[in-house]
Write a protein that binds this ligand. Sequence first.
Ligand code: 13P
Ligand code: ZN
Length: 271
Amino acid sequence: MAKFIDSPMVTEVKKITFRLYCHDWDERNGGNVSYRVLPEELEGYEDISEVKRNIPIDFNGKDLAGMYFIVTATGRYFKNIIDFPDRDLGLVRIAEDGKSVGLLWGYGDGASPTSEFPTHLMGHQERLKHDPEQRVIMHCHPTNLIAMTFTQNLDERNFSRILWKMQTESLVVFPEGVGIIPWMVPGTTSIGEETAKKLAKFRAVIWPQHGIFGSGKSIDEVYGLIETIEKAAQIWTVIQMQGGEIKQTITDDDLLNLGKVFGVEPNRNFI
Ligand code: 13P
Ligand code: ZN
């Protein structure tokens, strides 16, 4: 029988958290990831059958009862997960009453799930209504995107249009645009509720002066979504460094044509 630490799912989370760290998007303990794992993916591991402890959660997770998640621990550094996965990650199952999680593996030195776990769970719950294949929520602190939340109006239409026009790829990757909530205290159920409301319409939600929450079917898809948004923000930043004068850009008609050819439906409230 195999050990869960060697599973492809743990390997994927180890690699992605290190890559996020290498992008400078997860300084210190910044960022968190939750990955819904299917019961069939958990078959054949010798060390995940017992509940090691119950951890209360600050959210009623009844609708997610019985689901399994690999979740990064609160206060832990993405820099280190690659070397200490069974200390800084946990595999949890949501209890039947939705009030706690059972720890099946990991959090070896007494750690607990990320402080943003309520937002992750509310996010999974909301996205599952729109996409039964929803598996991953990823939060990180991308530098250029955060900087833009100081200098741009926090209007979803305005922000999405800037990001779409920074590179041809943007509209294809996030045709619905990006959601934005007001600045709020992190780690609370209130920020989770506001983020989940936005996740009803968008797969990515910006937390001003803080970071981004991305959602999707796989680690690759969500990482790619965040990378593409941050790349657009980086191009915007470089344009400002080059003087800021725009001589030519992607037009609204270009965006609509892109949508047609790539088979995506641009958010018509924004064009
Ligand atoms: P955690 O260490 O609790 O995951 O918090 C990091 C973070 O980015 C908070 O928004
Ligand atoms: Zn954060």
